[in-house]
Design a protein around this ligand. Sequence first.
Ligand code: GLP
Length: 241
Amino acid sequence: MDVRIVDSYDDLSEKAAEIVAAEVKQNRRAVLGLATGSTPEGMYAVLAGYHRDNKIDFSGVTTFNLDEYAGLSREHSQSYYYYMHRHFFDHVNIDPRRINIPESSSEDVVRSCREYEQKIKEAGGIDLQVLGIGVNGHIGFNEPADSLDVYTHLVELAEETIEANSRFFNSRDEVPHQALTMGMGSIMHAAKILLLASGKNKARAIQKTVSGKITTAVPASLLHMHCSCTVIVDREAAALL
Ligand code: GLP
C-alpha cells in the first residue's frame, strides 16, 4: 500500500485526476472502475477540465461503477446513475454504451449481478479502480462483517452508512437500506487501485485501514493484499497516522 499524504482536498483531487488521466493516456481503451460520494467530486471536476482543454480523450474508455442504491430510480437526484452523469459523464466524451452502473431496479437482482460481473470480464477486467471509503471502513458498499462477498451482490447497508449518507437526502427515512455493490473480489481483481479519503471524519477509518490489522471488520484493510494500491489522503484524513 503506497500511502501519499497531501495538504488539501484540492491537491487530492488534482493528484487523483492525474493518475486516472495517465491511465487513459497510456491506454485509450482503459477500463475504469469508478466511485461516487463527495470525495471523488473534485477529481471528476479536474478530469472534466482536462477534457475541456483537449488534454484527454475518453471516447475509448469503458467504466464500471462500484455500486448503486436499491429502490431509487435512475432519475432520482441521489441515485449514483444521476450522480455520475451530473459530475462526470455529461462533461466528457465518453461513449454512453461503455458506461456500466449496477442495475438495481431489475426484477432479478441475482441475475443482474451475475451479468455485471460477466461484463467486467468481457471488458478484460478493470485497469484502475477508484475507491472512496466509508466512515466504518467500507469500500463500495462492502460493509464490515464476519465474511465478505466476492462478487457483485445485494447488500443491507450498515446503520453508520445510512447515517453518514443521510446528509444527501431530505431525511434519514429516505435513505435506501439496500444497495448493489461490486464485491471484494471484483475490487481486488482490478490491476490497480486508487483509494481516496478526505476530512477528519475519515481519520479513524484511514488509521484502521493503513495501520491496523487486515480484517473483514474493516473491509478497506484487505487492500493491503493488493499488489498495486495507492492511497491518497489529505492532512485531516491522515491525522491519526
Ligand atoms: C458511499 C459509497 C462509497 C463511498 C463512501 C464515502 O457509501 N457507497 O463508495 O466511498 O460512501 O462517501 P463520501 O466520499 O461521500 O464520504
